[in-house]
Design a protein around this ligand. Structure first.
Ligand code: 5GP
Length: 138
């Protein structure tokens, strides 16, 4: 699939639509998922264009993984989590809905189920969880 620069995450990167930013460096951005499947669900994306795991360069992947590692450790602290689920979907058949590479970070508690896909979260709660996560990264 070719990269479409009008995808939602490209718009977030350009500041054309708002997001609850958690962390950024020169190569990656982490922000909260607005349809969280667990409290604290956030996304890590590269700042440069690629569709998914299939066209990503090693440099894009390693930059994302560095940020995933940092944010995952922050999420363990911020949400007193017992573990982390990391998800990545590539192509529609693989479950991808937004076609800019992203990694889902889901802080998990023992026995906690992951909620359904596509249910809009409470914005105040998402904002508060984003702030908690940012503070834990401090
Ligand atoms: P995918 O299935 O492509 O891996 O997941 C895309 C994710 O993006 C979903 O978890 C969905 O909730 C999230 N998402 C979709 N639209 C927006 C948006 O406008 N802002 C944010 N922050 N997340 C979004």
């Amino acid at each position: 699939m070719r990269y479409d620069s009008d995808n939602i995450f490209a718009k977030i990167l350009r500041g054309e639509i708002p997001s609850f930013k958690v962390y950024e460096d020169d190569k990656t951005l982490c922000f909260m998922d607005i349809m969280p499947r667990v409290p604290g669900h956030c996304l890590v994306i590269p700042k440069t264009s690629c569709v998914n795991i299939l066209d990503a360069t090693p440099a894009q992947l390693s930059a994302c993984m560095e940020t995933v590692n940092k944010v995952a450790n922050g999420a363990m602290k911020a949400f007193d989590a017992d573990g982390i689920t990391l998800q990545q979907f590539s192509e529609a058949a693989g479950g991808q809905e937004v076609f800019h590479l992203h990694f889902h970070i889901l802080p998990r508690h023992e026995g906690q189920k992951v909620g359904p896909h596509g249910v809009m979260g409470d914005m105040d709660e998402i904002k508060a969880n984003g702030e908690k996560l940012t503070a834990a990264l401090g």
